[in-house]
Design a protein around this ligand. Structure first.
Ligand SMILES: Nc1ncnc2c1ncn2[C@@H]1O[C@H](COP(=O)(O)OP(=O)(O)O)[C@@H](O)[C@H]1O
Ligand SMILES: [Mg+2]
Length: 362
């Protein structure tokens, strides 16, 4: 084999990935500097040694090299393990095998480009917990479907039985069955909503109307606690582009939480304003947009830091009959609208929930 000329030699030595030239007898003829770093061996120690010493106990690699020699084909993306000093210390590599052709087009060896994959593999390793969560999400979705079908059966049967039963006490038991089934159903449905991407039905929305509808719904519950709503609305608040039904769900969740946290005779403030002080960053671009702010301020029990950290964790609740889904669902809806939720709270003093929503979606 001829000595390579200077330029070629320089290229060969300068490439940052490892490069070796393997003879037809599967020994290493040349290697570049990157190989020394990667395998922790000097070029002299590698020179003329069998290829197998770099990739011990991997006959499939030697087979591929032989195939290149015979057929002239090349291989990309070949996974292998490189060995340092002893075969026990190995690191992942990715190989590209090409035939080394002399000027008369005869195959005189095999060029192997070697990429060290250690760092990439480490990063992949770190990201696995997220994949794990995705898998759990898919599992939860599957499970939710499976739960809802038998529930339908249970509910239907209980209803039929109820019609045939005279004794009213027994009928009440069946009423319990039916309401509890409905509760599970709702819970499962909410969980599915959380996992499933929802399409927003956008239209010009009057936030004050959304809020008033919710306050109307919740007035009685709050009255039982002798509570009082105090609306401080900005009359110049513009209509916003939003999915009205979805936003109703958000404010229902938030106002319910505030009522549940309130003591007897508490006041709950609902404040709206156009905000110029807060720039909602959109997911696609970081252009600040005009947005509105809705604040729900209660003077209720507040929360300790531990609870505040877990606010948006699904199923985290401090209530005996809570679902722990209200806030995660609300956050998802608000984020779907390219908005934000900010919660500040002090144990014993109360909680302020700020919802920022862009006026325009685009
Ligand atoms: N306004 C509030 N005041 C005090 N604690 C709150 C408030 N809003 C939410 N929390 C706390 O956050 C938890 C999670 O809320 P949420 O996701 O709505 O689920 P849930 O209301 O079913 O418990 C509640 O259990 C409560 O501990
Ligand atoms: Mg809630």
């Amino acid at each position: 084999m001829k000595e390579p000329d200077r330029i070629h030699q320089n290229i060969f030595f300068s490439v940052i990935d490892g490069l070796i030239l393997v003879s037809p007898y599967l020994s290493i003829l040349h290697s570049n500097l990157a190989i020394e770093d990667m395998f922790h061996k000097s070029r002299d120690a590698i020179s003329n040694r069998p290829l197998e010493e770099l990739f011990p106990r991997q006959p499939q690699i030697l087979d591929k090299v032989r195939k290149v020699l015979v057929t002239g084909a090349s291989y990309h993306d070949v996974e292998a393990n490189g060995a340092r000093k002893t075969a026990a210390i190995q690191f992942p590599v990715n190989l590209t095998l090409s035939p080394y052709l002399e000027s008369d087009d005869t195959i005189q060896g095999v060029i192997i480009l070697i990429k060290n994959m250690s760092l990439i593999r480490e990063l992949e390793e770190q990201q696995r917990p997220a994949d794990h969560l995705n898998n759990l999400g898919a599992l939860a979705m599957g499970l939710a479907h499976e739960i809802r079908n038998p529930l339908g059966g249970i509910r239907g049967s209980a209803q039929l039985l109820r019609q045939d039963i005279r004794k009213s006490a027994h009928r009440e038991y069946l009423d319990v069955v039916i309401t509890e089934v409905d509760r599970i159903n709702l819970l499962v449905k909410r969980m599915m909503d959380l996992a499933r991407p929802v399409e927003l039905k956008l239209k010009e929305t009057n936030i004050h109307k959304v809020l008033e509808d919710i306050l109307m719904l919740e007035k009685e519950t709050f009255a039982r606690k002798k509570g009082r709503f105090q609306q401080i609305y900005d009359p110049s608040l513009p209509l916003i582009e939003a999915d009205e039904d979805q936003l109703k769900q958000v404010f229902l969740n938030l106002i319910k939480n505030a009522i549940e946290a309130s003591q007897e005779g508490g006041t709950l403030q609902i404040v709206t304003r156009v905000s110029s002080d807060f720039a909602v960053k959109t997911r696609s671009a970081s252009v600040p947009r005009n947005n509105i702010t809705v604040e729900i301020i209660d003077s209720g029990e507040g929360m300790d830091e531990e609870t505040q950290k877990k606010l948006f964790t699904p199923f985290h609740t401090t209530k005996s009959k809570g679902s722990g889904l209200g806030l995660p669902i609300s956050l998802k809806i608000v984020e779907d609208h390219h908005g934000k939720i900010k919660i500040t709270s002090e144990k014993g003093l109360g909680t302020t929930v700020q919802v920022f929503l862009p006026i325009r979606q685009r």
